[in-house]
Write a protein that binds this ligand. Structure first.
Ligand code: SF4
Length: 189
C-alpha cells in the first residue's frame, strides 16, 4: 500500500494540508508526539485510531487531554474515509468532532490508516463509512440501531443514530493549519 498512501499524501498536499507518509504505527506515534510536545491543551475526537497508535494513552498520562470539542490548542482525530484524490469524509452524530476539525483549535492533526482510503469518490467514502465504520461504532457505543444488530445500514430514524452530520473536506479549511499523517497500517474502523 506504500504507493497508494504516498499518492494520497501528494493529493492532500495539493489541497493545502501538510501531509506526511508514515510507514509504521511507531513512526506515526513519534511524529505526533513530537508535534504536540509543547502543547498543553489537547482535544481528541473519535479516538480509536489515536488509541491504537498509543497517542491517547500517552496524552492522558501526561495530563494534557482536556476536551472532545474545539476549546483546545490542538485537536487530534482520524477520518472515517479518505478518497484516493485526497478528500476527507467524516460522519458524526453529535458534530463535536467535525466542528473542532474545521474551526476553533490553533491546529488540527489527523492520523489516517490505509484501510480508510477508498477509490470512487465521495459516494464510495460514504458507503465505506455506513458499512465499515458505523456498525462497529454502534456496537462499541451500545447504540440501539439496526446496524448494531445486523451489521448493515438501514438508513434508520433511531434516536441513537450516529450518522447525522456528514462533512466533506475539499480543501484544508482557511485559518486552521492541518497536518495529516497517512499511516501504512490498518487503524480504527
Ligand atoms: S443510519 Fe442508522 S443503521 Fe445506518 S449506519 Fe447510521 S446508525 Fe446505523
Amino acid at each position: 500500500m506504500k504507493e497508494v498512501c504516498e499518492k494520497v499524501v501528494e493529493e492532500l498536499n495539493k489541497r493545502g494540508y501538510f501531509a506526511v507518509y508514515c510507514a509504521t504505527k511507531e513512526e506515526a506515534f513519534d511524529a505526533i508526539m513530537n508535534e504536540i510536545k509543547d502543547v498543553q491543551r489537547i482535544g481528541m475526537g473519535g479516538a480509536m485510531t489515536m488509541k491504537e497508535l498509543g497517542v491517547a494513552a500517552k496524552v492522558e498520562e501526561e495530563g494534557k487531554l482536556l476536551t472532545r470539542g474545539a476549546d483546545c490548542e490542538v485537536f487530534l482525530l482520524s477520518a472515517n474515509a479518505i478518497t484516493s484524490d485526497g478528500r476527507i469524509v467524516n460522519i458524526d452524530g453529535r458534530g463535536n468532532r467535525v466542528a473542532a476539525s474545521i474551526y476553533g483549535p490553533n491546529k488540527v492533526i489527523y492520523a489516517i490508516g490505509r484501510n480508510k482510503i477508498v477509490d470512487g469518490g465521495i459516494d464510495a467514502a460514504i458507503e465505506r463509512i455506513k458499512e465499515k465504520a458505523c456498525p462497529p461504532n454502534c456496537v462499541r457505543l451500545d447504540k440501539k440501531t439496526p446496524c448494531a444488530v445486523t451489521g448493515k445500514c438501514a438508513d434508520c430514524n433511531s434516536p441513537d443514530r450516529i450518522c447525522k452530520v456528514t462533512v466533506v473536506f475539499d480543501r484544508c479549511p482557511t485559518g486552521t493549519p492541518t497536518t495529516v499523517y497517512v499511516v501504512d497500517a490498518d487503524l480504527g474502523y
